[in-house]
Design a protein around this ligand. Structure first.
Ligand SMILES: *Cc1c(COP(=O)(O)O)cnc(C)c1O
Length: 428
């Protein structure tokens, strides 16, 4: 597919949809009539298959009670491991390197509690000043737990322009005082994709461990975590992986660290055949499963089974290909149709540097988002000036993209957005 051949017409959008090999998955999702959902990077939509595996688990509870743990259609006792193995291909990991457990922030706590081992001069954690706040809060509290002052021991790489973090700047900050590096794979505001392979190599050359927050890349972008030698990673499954609000998260631990005792231990991290011996000596599982803490949240996990089936069939490479093409198409339309209306595109243009959403900036962003919603478009606002728009490969069409830009253009030209207050709501 050639990005130089984009056209402005509606019929061109419809032709793209006709040629789209992923188009058939759209019918598997619950889409609302007269609504265009562009917020799948915040909360993915429910598919019929995700609903089915959730309902099957509820049915198992109804009919089997406690026996659902071992005898259900999707035995709960092995659910986290099974889902880990189904997720592994999406991140380029070995089956036993991924486990579905906890929440993003809790998993970060677990991994930092395990892999942050200050020694001698190496006492600092390196992060970036644009990361998601929860990650920063977790790092600050982990430093405090070890008796360090976060003001001194949490180093945040600065952005040159408020949008992007340059890999060169991160590498320059990898001093011999850094014990651990935590970075996002894709920055949640600008959508910049970091070069994980390069950063991992540079960190390891300096004897530093490195972990990534994959919330904004897993399910949108292929990864090669094992090949790159990334030490660990963690991500939520409710954004691009469509597992539902508050859906259980995931973590990845490189096989070379399987001998590492988790920082936060609990009985669900036990070797499965030892767990019910009920001994007071912990025998960890010999894989990423060791990093689980308590009983899995079955109903917040079960939808992921159905959802991952779709990804397995569709393949992450095709998902990425369509995502790149539809965001490129969206940017093309923005530049032609929204020219002179005060917008700026804040994400990198290069395919190797951008994630799954377009970051559209405008000083009236809050009320433009409200006007979009009033017109049936669901965007996502990030204070103070960002409109995030994510055409999702599995359920958005090129026609959706075309319509969103037409609506945006009309809202601006008619000044319809001025009817709304330029203030954010409670969520987003
Ligand atoms: C969505 C997101 C989170 C959310 O963390 P939860 O513990 O699931 O609430 C954390 N970090 C990043 C980068 C995110 O995008």
């Amino acid at each position: 597919m050639n990005k130089n051949s984009f056209q402005l017409t509606e019929s061109f959008a419809m032709e793209l949809d006709k040629a789209d090999v992923l188009n058939k998955y759209r019918d598997e999702f619950y889409l609302q009539p007269n609504s265009i959902y562009m917020d799948g990077n915040s909360l993915g939509l429910i598919s019929k298959r995700a609903e089915k595996t959730l309902l099957e688990s509820i049915e198992d509870w109804k009919t089997l009670g406690i026996d659902g743990w071992l005898e259900g259609k999707h035995p709960w006792f092995y659910l986290s491991e099974r889902l880990g193995s189904l997720t592994a291909p999406l991140v380029g990991a070995l089956t036993e390197e991924v486990i579905v457990t906890g929440s993003t922030t809790v998993n970060l706590h677990q991994l930092v509690a395990t892999f942050y081992q200050p020694k001698g001069k190496r006492t600092k954690i390196l992060a970036d000043e644009l990361n998601f706040p929860s990650d920063i809060y977790a790092l600050q509290s982990q430093l405090k737990l070890k008796g360090y002052d976060p003001n001194e021991h949490l180093v945040r790489v600065e952005s040159r322009d408020g949008r992007l973090i340059e890999e060169d700047d991160i590498i320059a900050a990898m001093s011999d005082e850094i014990a651990l590096i935590i970075l996002p794979t894709v920055l949640y505001r600008s959508g910049q994709l970091l070069d994980m392979e390069r950063l991992t190599k540079e960190a390891h050359d300096r004897g530093i461990l490195i972990g990534f927050d994959g919330c904004h890349s897993v399910g949108a972008i292929p990864h090669e975590l094992s090949k790159w030698g990334v030490d660990f990673a963690y991500w939520c499954n409710y954004k691009y992986l469509n597992s539902g609000p508050g859906g259980v998260a995931s973590l990845y631990v490189n096989k070379k660290h399987f001998n590492q005792v988790p920082g936060l231990t609990g009985w669900f991290g036990s070797s499965k055949d030892k767990q019910f011996d009920m001994e007071h000596i912990f025998t960890p599982a010999e894989h990423a499963g060791a990093f689980q803490i308590g009983t899995p949240h079955v109903f917040s996990t079960a939808p992921l089974l159905g959802s991952l089936e779709i990804f397995t069939e569709a393949t992450i490479d095709k998902v990425r290909e369509k995502s790149l093409y539809s965001t490129a198409y969206m940017m093309y339309l923005m530049e032609s149709e929204l020219a002179g209306l005060g917008f700026e595109i804040g994400n990198p243009r290069d395919d190797v540097r951008r994630g799954g959403h377009v970051c559209l900036e405008h000083k009236e962003a809050a009320r433009i988002c409200k006007a979009l919603k009033a017109n049936g478009v669901i965007p996502d606002f990030r204070s103070p000036n960002i409109i995030r728009l994510a055409p999702i490969a599995l359920y958005n069409t090129y026609h959706d993209v075309w319509k969103v830009i037409q609506i945006l253009k009309r809202i601006m030209n008619d000044k319809e957005y001025e009817k709304f207050e330029n203030k954010r709501g409670v969520v987003a």
